[in-house]
Design a protein around this ligand. Structure first.
Ligand SMILES: C[S@@+](CC[C@H](N)C(=O)[O-])C[C@H]1O[C@@H](n2cnc3c(N)ncnc32)[C@H](O)[C@@H]1O
Length: 211
């Protein structure tokens, strides 16, 4: 039998603000590799939401591709750094500080959603978050999502130490059963994303289109 999950932290904004208060960018300033690989599903001028965007590496890179980007995160320290990153790279991103329950999710609005390492969500929060993600996409809109699989608990090179937060192929297929899943890949890779995600990692990437 597996050991019980450790209790997740109960002050996510405070915890992430402390992490983001360190010098430098915890996950670097380059975009996540899965996002970079799959961003061809979107065209310049389309409207994209970057969920729990952290210090802005993904939203800023998307804006540099000519996309119109909204982004939110619970951690105001992260969002302040994201704003500085956007300014330093000469792009505009519509940032807000919000948690994923409180964000003003529009309905059927976005051409795309980027959800990269949003595994802070326990199963109940994840159900609400994924429902918001599906609902905020236009028909034909594309979700690009990346997370860790349970095998990551052996590597411990990033991500939460909670099995219930991690993704399996079957779980993502069920969660996004209302969408057309066009890519679902479980794989391992050497990740080098700042000091936050570093080393051999057990990953899963999904691309799904809203019907
Ligand atoms: C592993 S980091 C990933 C950040 C970003 N997506 C990236 O790939 O660089 C997880 C992010 O989730 C944010 N977060 C944690 N709980 C949240 C919540 N309830 N609502 C919104 N954001 C949250 C944290 O502040 C942090 O920026």
């Amino acid at each position: 039998m597996s050991p019980p999950d450790p209790v997740p932290f109960d002050d996510p904004a405070g915890t992430w603000n402390r992490r983001f208060s360190q010098d430098g960018y915890l996950f670097g300033v380059e975009p996540n590799a899965w996002l970079r690989e799959q961003a061809h599903h979107w065209q310049a001028g389309q409207h994209i939401l970057s969920v729990a965007d952290g210090e802005g590496r993904n939203s800023v890179w998307l804006a540099r591709q000519g996309l119109l980007v909204d982004a939110f995160d619970i951690a105001d320290v992260g969002v302040a750094k994201a704003r500085r990153l956007a300014t330093s790279q000469g792009v505009a991103v519509n940032f807000s500080v919000a948690d994923c329950d409180g964000f003003a999710w529009p309905q059927a609005h976005y051409d795309g959603v980027a959800a990269i390492f949003v595994q802070f969500a326990d199963p109940a929060l994840r159900t609400r978050l994924f429902a918001h993600i599906v609902d905020c996409l236009k028909p034909g809109g594309v979700l690009v999502l990346q997370g860790y699989t349970p095998k990551q608990l052996d590597y411990r090179t990033g991500g939460p130490p909670h099995a219930s937060h991690l993704y399996t192929d079957a779980m993502l297929r069920e969660a996004f059963a209302s969408m057309d899943v066009t890519v679902l890949r479980e794989y391992e890779a050497e990740v080098s994303e700042g000091s936050g995600h570093h080393g051999r990692s057990a990953l899963i990437g999904l691309v799904a289109r809203r019907r």
